[in-house]
Design a protein around this ligand. Structure first.
Ligand SMILES: NC(=O)c1ccc[n+]([C@@H]2O[C@H](COP(=O)([O-])OP(=O)(O)OC[C@H]3O[C@@H](n4cnc5c(N)ncnc54)[C@H](O)[C@@H]3O)[C@@H](O)[C@H]2O)c1
Length: 244
């Protein structure tokens, strides 16, 4: 997998989720390429990330330790250092070149996401993971037009991404196991709590579909039987995932 510094991350879409995910990746030590066709969205994202990073640095300075709810940023690393790792890509192709992980966080529009994944698949290096942050669309449908659907997974961050610990790693039946395992390890390295979600083939996926779950380090689907806090029926992941 290499170190974070050796693995650039691409984030497509600079809205609420894209900005938050870009920040999490920066704090984990990656350089991040951000792409959005709307220049105003890119400006807002940069401003928002800078603001969050400064506030977290101030918190760290005040407490003399790592930020209370932050990722794995080393103490002493300040916002300006991290922001130097953020760059804007002028196209999806430029974003994809060299990225080890690409997270798509554009509008919840299936046709748009399908087109994007086709372009990302054509431009990305063969071992890059292509992830969608979709809330409710089918991950396998989003990757259906790619030549390599085995590397397409869901990485469902919750809002605000820098604060929420739970990340659902959505594993459609088309996804390759080693790709899912790499995504799990990456999310753990990012200070997150990943949980695999395996949508049923007939389901459109999404948090409302009936799904099977697997926790980090377990190969057993855990639906209904797990005692884990995040898997109890009747409790939403969001409610239980906020870090203290
Ligand atoms: N907001 C949430 O609470 C939340 C939580 C989890 C998942 N999600 C999912 O994350 C995704 C993004 O949601 P959001 O709330 O950040 O949306 P948003 O509206 O804040 O941002 C979407 C961004 O996509 C950009 N965009 C549009 N077309 C594009 C293209 N062709 N290429 C690149 N960027 C393009 C827009 O300019 C905009 O900046 C959606 O799939 C949503 O379902 C949202």
């Amino acid at each position: 997998m290499g170190t974070a510094a050796e693995m650039p991350v691409g984030v497509v879409g600079a809205g609420t989720m894209g900005a938050g995910i870009a920040q999490v990746a920066l704090e984990a030590g990656h350089s991040v390429h951000l792409y959005d066709p709307d220049p105003a969205a890119l400006d807002r994202a940069r401003g928002r990330i800078e603001d969050w990073l400064n506030r977290r640095a101030a918190k760290r300075a005040a407490s003399g330790g790592p930020a209370a709810s932050g990722g794995p940023t080393a103490p002493g690393v300040v916002a300006a250092d991290l922001l130097r790792g953020l760059s804007v890509a002028s196209s999806v192709e430029e974003l994809a070149a060299g990225a080890g992980l690409i997270v798509e966080a554009v509008l919840e529009d299936l046709a748009l996401k399908v087109r994007l994944f086709e372009a990302l698949d054509a431009a990305a290096t063969p071992d890059a993971i292509l992830a969608t942050n979709t809330s409710a669309l089918s991950v396998s449908a989003i990757g259906a037009g790619t030549r390599h659907p085995g590397r397409v997974v869901g990485l469902h961050f919750f809002n605000p991404a820098p604060v929420m610990r739970l990340v659902e790693v959505v594993q459609p039946s088309t996804a390759e196991g080693p790709v899912v395992d790499r995504a799990m390890r990456l999310m753990t390295a990012w200070g997150k709590t990943p949980a695999v979600r395996m949508p049923r083939a007939s389901s459109s996926t999404g948090s409302t579909g009936r799904t099977h779950w697997r926790r980090s380090g377990s190969s057993k689907p855990a639906w209904r039987t797990s005692s884990s806090w995040m898997l109890r029926p009747g409790r939403t992941a969001t409610r239980w995932a906020r870090s203290s």
